[in-house]
Design a binder for this molecule. Structure first.
Ligand SMILES: [Zn+2]
Ligand SMILES: [Zn+2]
Length: 356
């Protein structure tokens, strides 16, 4: 579409005085717009530029899409499922040399923001769902027979939507392969899922999306460490480390640490990495320390259904109710909690699981 010099490229009104030049972050072009559009508070949830009543699209959750993004956004469940299946197959081809992978046991659901947030808060949660685009729930009674449900936010453009599909599918893969002997930091889990999304998007030439992945601070830098580790060694080494590395996260200044693998596969004190997203059907009726993960100054204690850092307060499920606790300290195999409302202090120790 050729830009006409005398009309606003958003509302098509004739320019009366000033012309404003704005960057369109989706189409990566400069657009000439009028004063009214430059100041508009009604903006597109994808590109952030003004949307005008004549051409905008209002989603059922209140988000607004401009004319151009309204045409490209994924809003149809069948289309969403088809994209998911296609991305799933591509990610499987990246991972198939490392053994079995989830396939028919994964269901994808397209949800609007309201339903996404509702689904997110059905389980204990640590992130701000407003900032999330996808969510994976893995359910398994016995660590075999997994069922995975992936919730994908509607109203995204195809490249971003596909990248979210790759990220969430990778969660199901990780969840199925998790074992008690392997602990991964939450940021590292997210970093690995982003690595797969980044590889997928790079292969497709989706430069907007690869840029977004690299700028996103959600993984606290683990995505950059992952990419650097893959480039310095190779993908196989990254997978080996994910499965049996010594450390729970990658230090970007010491990438060689990913070569250190554990040879003892039965470390009973570790937290299974799937605890972040797995639905637990059963929660202890008393406070119990179920695992310690992380290392150095960043340690996490898994108490019943919650992961806690030192200084953190949280609601923890105990049987059918909740208790608010504050984490005072984390030792090698113990945690000290302060329990509300009495401020009683309690030390919980790890009781090794008896495997059946
Ligand atoms: Zn837009
Ligand atoms: Zn994730």
């Amino acid at each position: 579409m050729a830009a006409t010099a005398d009309k606003c490229e958003i509302c098509s009104d004739n320019f009366t005085n000033k012309v404003f030049i704005v960057e369109d972050p989706v189409r990566l072009i400069k657009r000439h717009i009028c004063l009214k559009c430059s100041k508009s508070k009604t903006v597109c949830s994808i590109c952030g530029l003004a949307a005008v009543p004549r051409t905008q699209r209002i989603l059922e959750d209140g988000r607004i899409l401009c004319e151009l993004d309204g045409r490209g956004a994924i809003l149809n469940e069948d289309e969403a499922k088809a994209i998911f299946e296609e991305v799933k197959r591509e990610v499987q081809s990246m991972l198939n040399r490392f053994g079995s992978f989830p396939d028919a046991n994964v269901s994808a659901h397209l949800v609007n923001r309201t339903d996404f947030i509702k689904e997110y808060f059905r389980k204990p949660a640590v992130d701000d769902p407003e900032k999330l685009l996808g969510l994976t729930r893995s359910v398994s009674e016995d660590r075999t027979n997994f069922q995975h449900h992936i919730y994908l936010l509607s109203g995204l453009l195809r490249p971003q939507f596909a990248s979210v599909c790759a990220h969430e599918y990778t969660h199901t893969w990780l969840n199925e392969r998790s074992k008690p002997s392997r602990t991964l930091n939450k940021d590292t889990v997210e970093g690995f899922c982003e690595l797969i999304a980044w590889k997928y998007s790079s292969a497709k030439g989706h430069t907007n999306e690869t840029g977004r992945i690299l700028e996103n601070t959600y993984t606290r830098g683990q995505i950059h460490a992952m990419i650097a580790a893959e480039q310095r060694f190779d993908f196989r080494r990254v997978i080996d480390w994910i499965e049996s590395g010594e450390d729970s996260w990658i230090d970007k200044d010491h990438l060689e640490q990913i070569l250190r693998l554990k040879d003892d596969p039965s470390d009973l004190t570790a937290t299974p990495l799937w605890q972040q997203t797995t639905v637990r059907t059963e929660v202890p009726k008393t406070l119990r320390l179920r695992g310690i993960s992380g290392g150095g100054s960043r340690r996490f204690a898994l108490v019943n259904d919650r992961t806690l850092e030192v200084g953190e307060s949280a609601k923890v499920r105990v049987g059918d109710s909740n208790v608010v606790v504050r984490c005072l300290s984390i030792e090698d195999a113990a945690v000290t909690l302060e329990i509300e409302p009495t401020k009683e202090r309690r030390v919980l120790k790890i009781t090794p699981k008896v495997s059946k």
